[in-house]
Design a protein around this ligand. Sequence first.
Ligand SMILES: [Zn+2]
Ligand SMILES: [Zn+2]
Length: 302
Amino acid sequence: MIDYHVHLWPHAERADEGELALDRISRYTDQAQAAGVGEIALTEHFFRFVQGRAVVDRWWENCAERGGQPLNAKAEAYFDHHATADLDLYVETAVAAKKAGLPVVVGLEVDYYPGRMDKVSNLLAGYPFDVLLGSVHWIESWMFDIFSDAMQMEEWDRWTYSDVWRAYAEALSELAETKACDVLAHPDLVKAAGRFPDRAVVDECEERIAEAAASSGMAAEMSSAGMLKLCREDYPSPSLLERFGAKGVPITFASDAHGVGRVGNRIDVLQRTAVRAGFGSVRRFRSRVGEELGFDAGSDNP
Ligand SMILES: [Zn+2]
Ligand SMILES: [Zn+2]
C-alpha cells in the first residue's frame, strides 16, 4: 500500500518553527510501516514556500469578491502566514531521505492559481519531483473548506450550493488542462462542508471532474481525510469513484496527514473500497512517471 499525500507541518505551525530533518521523515516512514504502508509521498503545500509565493504573488488581486467580504486580503494574510519555508531545503531534505533508503518519494501539493500555472510549472521543473498533486482549495479567493473561519463560512450564504459546486468543477477542469500536476488530490473536496446541491447537479459536477481526470491523463486520489470533515465521507464519493473506474482513471491512496499520527490512516480501507469498485492496481510515481502496482503483486506491492 502507498500513502501519497502527507504534510510535514500541521497548518497551525509555521514552517520555519519546526525542524525539517531526516529524523522527522523517519518518524513518518516508521508510522507508515506500522500501518502496513510501504511507500509515502511527501507533499508539502506549494504555498509554504517563499519561492512559490514569488511566482503566484498577488494572484488574489484579480479575484471577484461577493458581498463586500475582504477575501482577497484574507488570501494575502494566508500567504503572509504560510509562505516562509525554503523550497530548496525541503527538496534537498526529501531527496536525502530517499537516498538514505527511507521509502519516500518527493512531491508537492500545488493549488490552482488561474493564469499563473505556466510560471508554477517553470519553477517546479527545476526540482527533482517524483509526483505533483493538484488541488483546488480556492474558488476565486474564497477558501470554502476553512470551517474555523467565520468569514469563509459566511461566504457559503452568498452562493447557491449549485454555483459553488459548478465553480469548483470548473476550476478543477482548468487545473487538469494545464497538465501542471500528476494527481487530482481529494477530487470532490467541495463536499467537505457537507453542503450538497440537487443530485442532478452533483452528477453533472462529478462527470465533469471524472472527464477532467481522464482527458488530462491524471490519476485521482482516494483520501481518508474526508471522514474528518463535515461531509463524513472519504474522497471521492462512491459514485465519483465509479465514474473514474468507468473512464480508466488510475488511483492513488492518501491520508492527507498533517502530522505523524495520521500517516497511513485507513489506507487499508481505501484499498478494500477500490477493490470492491473494480480497481486492480494503484499508481505510484518516479520522476513524475506513473507506474501501476497490482494489488496482487505480492512482496513487490508497497
Ligand atoms: Zn489539500
Ligand atoms: Zn494536503
